[in-house]
Ligand binder design. Structure first.
Ligand SMILES: NC(=O)c1ccc[n+]([C@@H]2O[C@H](COP(=O)([O-])OP(=O)(O)OC[C@H]3O[C@@H](n4cnc5c(N)ncnc54)[C@H](OP(=O)(O)O)[C@@H]3O)[C@@H](O)[C@H]2O)c1
Length: 285
């Protein structure tokens, strides 16, 4: 399969690249490529994309470009829309009808008030980040029609995930870590994400939105699982209550539901404890 991967030098892009590069013909593209052979292109620029797309005829385009820095997006809305929406709009218009286009989106398209959001629930983003990503979903679908697919993730975690590295560093040196117990999400384990991506690439039944996520839990509960699996003292974890005054753009419950996606593909998501055990193994711990 010939796959064009945009945002290949980013966190999600690297994960996708490492998974597909051995087996498939992978063409990597980014704003500032970090490896030989990657195409340099500013996807905000339609002409530039038209030029670089001339001699590549991908069957699949995976768009892992974006800016997920919520504070940056709040203070720089124009740039947020350019990166999170205009880039996919350009990609969708250039490859419409020629390739299946997969857009990596986010739980932040929902308002985060009640959680358990299904693929067909009406989005209602409360941040510029969420609004610009939702605009990307809408513009992509408008331009590429039925060949456009959205895959929404919650926080993605693999052995290099920032939150896991932070917990490991703090707990291994005996430091207390405060974690929000009133903020829920549904973190996405890397292998589950890749499993769903594989299924989405092959699927052809007209479904165009998928949720790749794990079980809903609070940040404190996730940290408890981490401490247990990695053998740290869970007494070092302290419950913290988030109040809106902290202005961190967190919401009571942004968790997604994976029910429809799992049923459609006949798969089950990995349990949080098992996912963390596998990560521990991959870190040779
Ligand atoms: N990471 C997660 O847990 C997570 C969860 C849910 C959804 N997502 C979505 O996944 C996407 C990627 O996230 P990430 O964590 O991988 O972010 P990331 O590490 O910042 O990667 C994004 C990549 O896109 C590139 N890029 C930015 N503007 C570009 C442009 N105009 N043209 C070409 N490439 C451009 C960036 O290049 P520079 O670094 O040079 O700017 C970077 O390499 C985001 O849209 C986010 O909404 C991520």
């Amino acid at each position: 399969m010939k796959i064009l991967l945009t945002g290949a030098a980013g966190y999600v892009g690297n994960i996708i690249k490492d998974h597909f590069c051995e087996r498939d013909e992978l063409i990597s593209l980014d704003l500032l490529p970090k490896e030989d052979g990657q195409i340099q292109c500013d996807l905000k620029n339609h002409e530039e994309l038209l030029h670089v797309s001339k001699n590549i005829n991908p069957e699949i385009v995976i768009h892992a470009v974006g800016n997920k820095n919520i504070s940056f997006c709040e203070t720089n809305p124009k740039e947020a829309y350019q990166i999170n929406c205009d880039t996919i709009k350009n990609v969708a218009s250039v490859f419409a009808g020629k390739a299946k286009i997969i857009y990596i989106s986010t739980d932040y398209v929902f308002d985060g008030m009640c959680g358990g959001y299904a693929e067909n629930d009406v989005p209602n983003p409360k941040t510029v980040y969420g609004k610009s990503k939702l605009s990307g979903e809408i513009e992509g679908a408008k331009n590429a029609k039925e060949s456009f697919i959205t895959v929404r993730l919650s926080a993605l975690y693999d052995p290099n995930a920032t939150f896991l590295c932070y917990l490991r560093q703090k707990l291994s040196s005996g430091q207390v870590v405060e974690c929000f117990s009133n903020i829920r999400y549904s973190p996405t384990y890397v292998d589950d994400f890749l499993k769903i991506l594989e299924k989405v690439i092959l699927s052809n039944d007209g479904t165009n939105v998928f949720h790749a996520c794990g079980k809903a839990l609070s940040r404190y509960e996730f940290a408890l699982f981490f401490a247990k699996v990695f053998g740290f003292d869970s007494g070092l974890l302290k419950k913290q209550l988030y109040t809106k005054d902290e202005n961190l753009f967190l919401f009571p419950d942004l968790s997604l539901s994976n029910k429809r996606t799992c049923e459609l593909f006949g798969i089950e998501m990995t349990k949080t404890e098992e996912a963390l055990l596998e990560i521990k193994k991959r870190l040779n711990l």
